[in-house]
Design a protein around this ligand. Structure first.
Ligand code: F6P
Length: 546
């Protein structure tokens, strides 16, 4: 449906120029309970949306919009296993991967749980055998190093989670991730590892992705050159994929293939066999805790009333800023070094899901959809791009994330980190008027002339919105809940915008065009291009010939 035809959309459009322009300082002054009313808690996460530019009237209209656009019905259809990925005719059931309930889900009339459990059981036995040292490499040495070869959803989730769960790593285990087709990525990792102790996990849903297949073949060649035999490959290479024919053609024994299903989207797949490198690094129990944290958020999303529902609230608040207040970007700002890869992970999760310009029926959208997602851990980002967020001409919705307790309590580091986590949203909200800036300058001894000259530069517009997400500690459970919160937030926004959040045709054209160019660069063919591309190809050829 076209959401602009709803009454709530009309109301929100009107509110965007009134309530949407209200000053947060005033909203807090007028309403003592604003923080209590606009903060929410579930599955170990506390979400404060009170520093965003919503009013109670805007929230009412946003909930009405969710109702009119059928968000709850689409949620029901997702959990029921209906093919809500309509362009690809697939169900979207990553929630089932972190559940245990038989009879809850159905795909094409069949309960997927027995198959999910069977793969989980194999992953568990394999993980236990490798981490205990019982399963050894071809020369009898324990497999202490994992090299995951995959890209996009077959890389970003496992990278982000293994980094986030560093305190849970099993002693003595090493994990590396190779994604880029740039030979530097693989070479740098191969230089550092011992083939006799290395297990390669080749992760690709389709098992056709150029980067992954190229890296996998090169890793295999390297392994053989290091003295491994063809027979040894079975002990050192496993595949994580839905494409059993392609894994067999690659030469991977079916015993060494951990499968999943077409109803698991690539960017929603870390809960499936794609999570094997996570389990091999943190152990099976922690991997299960990650699943259970996500499941707690799933239950909350499915069962909690709209007005108390974190993913619904976060999705609607984000949509208000993106579509009605025209803010182009979301900054993901984890105040936790171990979440350093979360922004990159969410870039794919959000931008590949909701970076769409057509509704399900093919009609063009006439409003802004998925935001640009970027970020860095605090406090590093503060010394890089926060200048623009505070004083630039573009307003950006910021999402601050922090654990109250650190895994590495070192002196007062964590208190300092938290002080910044709290001060930045406060500064963004309150700002500094020119008068305040002038008065401060004078207090510091500036002359009237000097104060007048510098005040405009030292003023902060303020009223810049942010969400804060707090947890007690970053554990497998809270991390699982956090990722699921974002997955469902993306779902909610996609449902209101009426787009299919689960396909990604936008990544195809570049892949198709790269094929003939590759043949040209190898000198095997010539092709017609625009003059710029032809000029660049000629220039590359001449640079390589020098
Ligand atoms: O970037 C496009 C994409 O299809 C992603 O959606 C996916 O996560 C990634 O490529 C990797 O795909 P695969 O797991 O099939 O190798």
């Amino acid at each position: 449906m076209d959401p602009t035809k709803t009454k709530a959309w009309e109301d929100l459009s009107a509110l965007s120029s009134t309530d949407g322009q209200a000053r947060l300082r005033d909203l807090f002054a007028e309403d003592e309970d604003r923080f209590e009313q606009l903060s929410f808690e579930a599955a170990g996460l506390f979400l404060d949306a009170s520093k965003t530019r919503v009013t109670h009237r805007a929230m009412d209209a946003l909930f009405a919009l969710a109702g009119e656009t059928g968000v709850e019905e689409r949620r029901r259809r997702m959990f029921a296993g209906e093919a809500i990925n309509e362009t690809e005719g697939r169900a979207v059931l990553h929630v089932a991967l972190r559940d245990n309930r038989h009879g809850k889900y159905s795909v094409d009339g069949k309960d997927p749980m027995p198959e999910i459990e069977a793969v989980r059981e194999r992953m568990k036995s394999f993980t236990d055998a490798v981490t205990s040292g019982e399963r050894k490499g071809a020369t009898g040495k324990p497999l202490t190093t994992v090299v995951n070869i995959g890209i996009g959803g077959s890389d970003l989730g496992p990278v982000m989670v293994t980094e986030a769960l560093r305190p849970y790593h099993i002693d003595g285990r090493e994990v590396h991730f190779v994604s880029n087709v740039d030979g530097t990525h693989l070479s740098e990792v191969l230089r550092r590892i011992d083939p006799e102790r290395t297990l390669f996990t080749i992760a690709s849903k389709t098992f056709t992705t150029q980067e992954t297949m190229t890296n996998a073949r090169s890793a295999r060649d390297w392994f053989l050159k290091q003295g491994g035999s063809e027979a040894d490959i079975a002990k050192h290479f496993v595949a994580l994929s839905t494409n059993h024919q392609a894994t067999a053609e690659f030469g991977i024994d079916p015993e060494n293939v951990f499968g999943f299903w077409d109803w698991v989207g690539g960017r929603y797949s870390l809960w499936s066999a794609i999570g094997l490198p996570i389990a091999l690094t943190v152990g099976w129990d922690s991997f299960e805790d990650l699943l259970s944290g996500a499941h707690a958020m799933d239950r909350h999303f499915e069962e909690a009333p709209l007005r108390e529902n974190l993913p619904i609230v976060m999705g609607l608040v984000g949509l208000w800023h993106r579509t009605f207040l025209d803010m182009p970007a979301v900054a993901v700002l984890p105040y936790d070094q171990s979440l350093s890869r979360l922004p990159a992970y969410l870039q794919q999760a959000d931008m590949e899901s909701n970076g769409k310009g057509r509704r399900l029926d093919g009609s063009k959208v006439t409003y802004e959809t998925g935001p640009i997602v970027f970020g860095e851990p605090g406090t590093n980002g503060q010394h890089a791009f926060y200048q623009l967020i505070h004083q630039g001409t573009t307003e950006i919705l910021c999402e601050f994330i922090a654990p109250a307790i650190s895994h590495n309590p070192l002196g007062d580091h964590h208190e300092k980190l938290l002080a910044n986590f709290l001060a930045q949203p406060e500064a963004l909200m309150v700002g500094v008027t020119e008068d305040e800036a002038r008065a401060q300058l004078k207090e510091q001894g500036a002359s009237d002339e000097e104060a007048d000259r510098l005040a405009p530069h030292k003023a902060f517009p303020g009223n810049r919105p942010s969400v804060s997400i707090l947890m007690q500690k970053l554990t497998p459970q809270t991390l699982g809940a956090l990722i699921a919160l974002y997955e469902h937030k993306i779902f909610v926004q996609g449902a209101v915008w009426g787009v299919n959040s689960y396909d990604q045709f936008g990544v195809e054209l570049g892949k198709v065009l790269a094929k003939p160019i590759l043949a040209e660069l190898k000198g095997e063919a010539d092709a017609e291009h625009d003059r710029s591309t032809s000029g660049l190809i000629a220039r590359i050829r001449s640079l390589r010939a020098d």
